[in-house]
Design a protein around this ligand. Structure first.
Ligand SMILES: [Mg+2]
Length: 422
C-alpha cells in the first residue's frame, strides 16, 4: 500500500514558450499551429488564452476566431523534450519510484519518504519549489493513496496548486465530482452518461455493479463501479496499467493512395511497438481507425490468441485489417491503430517473440533509440525521401499533395486508459 503523488506541469508547451521568450509572458500563447495551417489543432493553450475559451484539441482556425490577438506557434518538440527531462530529473530527487506517463506528467510513489521530506503537504511544497527553481516551470500536484485518485486530484489543483486526498477520504472525494472528471471516460462514454442522466459520480455510485456492466460492458462497468468509489483500479494506474495504447495521424490533405496510408500505418506501428516494449506488456488484439473525408469514422479490431511479437508482425496485422475495412477509393483524413487488452507479459520480460533474431534486433533498435533519440533507427520505408535536389536520385512524388501529407505530420500519441473510448 503506497502513497502516490501525481505531478502535472501547467500548460506545459505554452509555459516553455513563455519561459524562453520574455515577450510572450502574460499573453495568450497557443501552441499547435499558426492561422492558415490546415487541420492543425491546439495542443496547449496558456492560461491567458484559456480565458478566451481556447482549449486543447480545438482547430487552430476556431482558436484564431476566439483569440485573434493570440500568439500562435507551431511548437518545438525538441525543446519540450529537453525541458521534460529537466523536470523528470527534479522529480527523481524525491523518490526512485517514478513513473513518467507522458511528456509532462509523472507518478511518484512517496510512501516512506516522510522522514526525509516531512508530511505530504510539505513534500508537495518542496517538489513544486524544486521544479520552479530548476526549470522555471510550475507544476500541479495531487496526492492520494492510489494513482487513480492522485491523478484526478492534480487536475483539481490546476494551475500551480496542490490537492491532497487523505487516506480514507477517496470515496467522498470521488462522489463530489461531476462525471467529466472520471479519468478514462472519454467522449463516447460522456455521451452515454448524458443519455442516462448521470451528472455526478454520486449518480453512478447509486447504481449496482451488475447494472453498470450491462450498460457499459463488463470491463468498463467494473471499472466505473470502482472508480466512483476511489478504489485503485490496477489496470488504470497509468502507463504500465493502461489497457490499451493507440496512436493516430491526421493527414494535411485527404489521401486516396493506399500505399501512402500504409506507410503512415507503418510509422504508427513503429511507435506502438516501442511503447509496447516500454510497457512490458503484450497483446493479441489490434485495432484500426479510419476517418474519411466526410468525417465518418470506422473502427475495427481483431483478436488473435497469439500475442503481437514484433513490429513487422504488428504491421502485418494492422495493414491486413485496414485493407479489409478501407472503402477503396475513399479519401482518408485520419488513420490510427492501437493495441487493446494489454496484459502482463508472460515470463516477466519483454513480450514473447517467436523469432529470436527479430527479438534481438527489435530490442537493439529500441535500446539505441531510447539512448539516442536523435539517431532514431527506422525501417527503410519510414525514412522520408530527401527533398528534391534536382539530381534526380529521389523520384519526384507522383502526387505532391500526398507527399506533403507524409512530410507534415500532425501526429498524436494517445495514451488511453479506457479501452471503450477508442
Ligand atoms: Mg500538463
Amino acid at each position: 500500500m503506497g502513497y502516490f503523488l501525481h505531478a502535472d506541469l501547467d500548460a506545459f508547451y505554452a509555459a516553455v514558450e513563455q519561459l524562453d521568450n520574455r515577450r510572450y509572458r502574460g499573453k495568450p500563447v497557443i501552441v499547435g499551429g499558426v492561422p492558415g495551417d490546415r487541420r492543425a489543432v491546439v495542443s496547449t493553450a496558456s492560461y491567458e488564452a484559456r480565458k478566451y475559451g481556447v482549449r486543447s484539441a480545438m482547430p487552430i482556425a476556431s482558436a484564431y476566431g476566439l483569440c485573434p490577438d493570440g500568439i500562435f506557434l507551431r511548437g518545438n518538440m525538441k525543446r519540450y523534450k529537453e525541458k521534460s527531462r529537466e523536470v523528470m530529473d527534479a522529480f527523481s530527487q524525491f523518490t526512485p519510484n517514478l513513473t513518467q506517463i507522458s511528456i509532462d506528467e509523472a507518478f511518484l510513489d512517496i510512501e516512506g519518504t516522510g522522514r526525509l521530506f516531512g508530511p505530504p503537504s510539505a513534500l508537495a511544497g518542496k517538489l513544486k519549489d524544486a521544479v520552479r527553481e530548476k526549470t522555471g516551470l510550475t507544476v500541479s500536484v495531487g496526492m492520494a493513496s492510489n494513482k487513480y485518485v492522485a491523478k484526478i486530484a492534480s487536475g483539481m489543483s490546476k494551475p500551480d496548486g496542490c490537492f491532497i486526498v487523505e487516506k480514507g477520504a477517496e470515496e467522498d472525494f470521488m462522489m463530489s465530482l461531476p462525471v467529466d472528471k472520471i479519468w478514462g471516460a472519454g467522449g463516447k462514454t460522456q455521451a452515454l452518461f448524458r443519455k442516462y442522466g448521470y451528472r455526478t459520480c454520486a449518480d453512478i455510485h447509486r447504481i449496482d455493479e451488475k447494472s453498470l456492466c450491462s450498460l457499459f460492458g463488463k470491463a468498463f462497468g467494473t471499472f466505473l463501479y470502482r472508480a466512483v468509489r476511489g478504489e485503485a483500479a490496477a489496470e488504470f494506474d497509468g502507463t504500465r496499467g493502461s489497457r490499451s495504447i493507440r496512436a493516430e495521424h491526421t493527414f494535411e490533405f485527404d489521401v486516396y493512395d493506399e500505399s501512402v496510408i500504409e506507410t503512415e500505418l507503418m510509422n504508427i506501428c513503429d511507435r506502438l511497438t516501442r511503447r509496447l516494449l516500454d510497457s512490458r506488456r503484450q497483446s493479441g488484439t489490434v485495432t484500426v481507425k479510419i476517418r474519411y473525408t466526410d468525417f465518418s469514422t470506422e473502427s475495427a479490431r481483431e483478436t488473435s490468441g497469439r500475442p503481437v511479437s514484433a513490429m513487422n508482425d504488428l504491421f502485418g496485422r494492422v495493414s491486413a485489417l485496414f485493407r479489409r475495412k478501407y472503402k477503396t477509393g475513399s479519401g482518408v483524413r485520419l488513420i490510427g491503430a492501437g493495441l487493446m487488452n494489454l496484459c502482463e507479459s508472460a515470463g516477466g520480460g519483454l513480450f514473447d517473440f517467436e523469432d529470436e533474431r527479430s527479438k534481438k534486433l527489435e530490442r537493439c533498435i529500441h535500446e539505441i533509440n531510447s539512448k539516442f533519440p536523435e539517431a532514431a533507427l527506422k525501417k527503410a520505408r519510414l525514412v522520408k525521401p530527401p527533398a528534391r535536389s534536382g539530381y534526380g536520385e529521389a523520384a519526384p512524388p507522383a502526387d505532391i499533395k500526398h507527399a506533403e501529407a507524409v512530410r507534415q505530420p500532425v501526429a498524436t500519441d494517445v495514451l488511453a486508459p479506457s479501452a471503450t473510448n477508442s
